[in-house]
Unconditional design. Structure first.
Length: 212
């Protein structure tokens, strides 16, 4: 029954389905993080009093919890990529496949006015380091890793101004195209993240000329 209802919602109201999924994911992750932080705080109070063996076991437990959180983060990233397909048409208006995919004039305009450029500029060291941790071997890997890093850090403060921009804007905004004309574009956090991933890809490749 629930599968039928979910299928109907996905087919007829994909945006609503995406919103529901995001709420569920956010609640689930928040609960996990709160539990994790509480366990860390409790453990830190006792660490200095524990004998060596117990100390070792506690560290192993922390490592296990970190692996669990990393696994959850990977699942969220995968689901986020699936949700992004709902915006495929809009993303194609903001970026186009030119071997590799690049921003269109509309995309570049949104990248600038949304605060995405400032976010990348202000956090480029952190973002490049995160991509490096994924050890990409080819430009294709770099592009995928850049997107994974951004999706996996959507709760990072670097997205605050972008989220504020989206919150205070109407669902559709007017952007300037290459010929100077105005085009109406529907905006979302995912479409902006896609643009940011292209910029992060290019900057990473510029910093790692050995990848080609």
């Amino acid at each position: 029954m629930w599968n039928t209802i979910l299928k109907w919602v996905l087919e007829n109201y994909p945006a609503l389905a995406a919103a529901i999924i995001l709420v569920i994911i956010t609640v689930y992750i928040t609960i996990k993080i709160i539990k994790y932080v509480n366990k860390i705080n409790e453990s830190e109070k006792k660490l200095n009093e524990l004998p060596c063996e117990s100390h070792h076991q506690s560290i192993q437990q922390h490592s296990s919890m970190k692996e669990t959180l990393d696994s959850i983060n990977e699942q969220v990233t995968t689901i986020s990529k699936w949700i992004m397909h709902i915006d495929d048409e809009m993303i194609d208006r903001l970026s186009q496949k030119c071997s590799p995919r690049v921003m269109t004039a509309l995309g570049r305009n949104l990248f600038d006015i949304s605060g995405a450029r400032v976010a990348i500029d202000s956090n480029i060291g952190f973002l490049i380091s995160e991509v490096e941790n994924k050890t990409p071997k080819t430009p294709f890997d770099v592009e995928n890793s850049a997107l994974d890093v951004l999706l996996g850090n959507m709760n990072h403060p670097l997205f605050n101004e972008i989220k504020n921009y989206i919150y205070y804007q109407p669902e559709e905004v007017e952007l300037t195209d290459a010929d100077g004309s105005k085009k109406t574009v529907k905006i979302s956090l995912y479409s902006i993240i896609k643009l940011m991933s292209l910029e992060l890809r290019d900057r990473y490749l510029a910093a790692h000329p050995d990848i080609h």
